[in-house]
Design a binder for this molecule. Structure first.
Ligand code: KQY
Length: 364
């Protein structure tokens, strides 16, 4: 289906917050052996655990390659999980899937241009053509009209909204010359406004240390509700995240939202430092078109990389001493929701976590 030629906000559409009612969650099935160790088998187990956890709250659709179709159907057998054949280059639905917008009666999809987190200037793999088609295919399957931001690069993990006109992002990602070097900060803000119906953008300087997406906000800071944010946090000055967290806090404390309200910041501990073991790295195929995995490189583990579903929170654990305090804080912040903890290490080894591998389709 051809994309619309108008602009979402002008058509009366806005991006709802993640806590607003959802129809379903979209995911993709991991298989590429140069990103997921041991032919993707441990990652498939981890993704299946996430899909099953979500299915306890609402329907899930998982897109899978033709080659993996039968295997995925077998491993995802659950009445609330639909498996559909859908080609992709990897499995990051947050970033390659559509951003849904609503006018209260109808849902539409925004199909951002995708360049694998930086294209030929630091991108994570090539080619990425199948990934770039995922949003359009999802919109077609759902019979949802689609806007395409041809030439404007954005990944869903680089933004969080409160649904009331405020957007959180990082300069490290959205102002990175490997995304939209032809656009100024003001022009980017205007495009975000035109597409998502946001009148206030809060720019955090950086995301989490060593986040291979160039600092996606969804691994670092998110809205918990209107005027409330969660920020990944360390008090250890020796941690490379220390300056990043403190810089973000000072921006958040000095900001108001689109309605002029001050923000309350909840500090979520950062797990680790977490590293892949030599054995885990050894299980990843070597390839000229993706990045190598090294045990020396600290992984960007974060509890902020969680997903809200209807009545629930799906959050990662890392076999880390901070797991329990993190779960307790989550329960405190979401007293009306059931918090489900799913092992996140295997997803982290591939470069992200639960929020990165999921995309919500809201109710209109
Ligand atoms: O949103 C994400 N965290 C995606 C990361 C992509 C990693 C590819 N190796």
């Amino acid at each position: 289906m051809k994309p619309l030629t108008t602009l979402p906000a002008r058509d009366g559409f806005r991006m709802p917050a993640e806590w607003e009612p959802q129809q379903q969650i979209w995911m993709l099935w991991p298989e590429r052996p140069d990103n997921w160790r041991n032919g993707g088998k441990p990652a498939q187990q981890a993704f299946a655990a996430v899909a099953r956890a979500i299915a306890g709250f609402e329907p899930v659709t998982v897109g899978v390659s033709q080659a993996q179709y039968e295997n995925a159907c077998y491993r995802l057998a659950d009445p609330a999980i639909r498996v559909v054949e859908l080609s992709s280059n990897d499995a990051w639905m947050r970033d390659v899937g559509p951003t849904f917008v609503t006018n209260g009666r109808e849902l539409r999809a925004i199909d951002w241009t995708f360049n694998a987190w930086g294209g030929l200037d630091g991108g994570l793999y090539q080619p990425w053509d199948l990934d770039d088609q995922v949003a359009g295919k999802v919109a077609a399957m759902e019979r949802v009209s689609r806007y395409r931001t041809e030439g404007f690069v954005l990944e869903g993990g680089s933004i969080h909204v409160d649904g009331e006109g405020t957007l959180l992002t990082t300069e490290e990602c959205l102002l990175n010359p490997n995304r939209n070097p032809h656009l100024s900060r003001e022009q980017i803000e205007q495009i975000l406004d035109q597409n998502l119906g946001v009148s206030k953008v809060i720019w955090l300087p950086e995301g989490l240390y060593n986040d291979e997406t160039d600092g996606h906000v969804d691994n670092f800071c998110c809205f918990v509700g209107p005027t409330e944010v969660m920020l990944a946090w360390t008090d250890d000055p020796a941690d490379p995240n220390y300056d990043r967290c403190h810089a973000a806090l000072s921006v958040l404390e000095g900001s108001t939202d689109a309605k002029g309200r001050a923000l309350t910041v909840h500090k979520m501990p950062i797990p680790g430092p977490i590293h892949a073991t030599p054995d885990e790295c050894d299980g990843v195929d070597s390839s000229l078109t993706s990045q190598p995995r090294e045990p020396e490189v600290r992984l960007a583990g974060s509890y902020v990389n969680y997903l809200l579903v209807n009545g629930g929170v799906i959050m990662p654990s890392f076999d880390d001493p901070a797991d329990e305090p993190a779960r307790q804080l989550m329960e405190q912040l979401y007293p009306q929701r059931r918090v489900v903890v799913v092992p996140g290490r295997e997803i982290l080894l591939g470069g992200g976590n639960i929020h990165c591998i999921t995309q919500q389709q809201p109710m209109p």
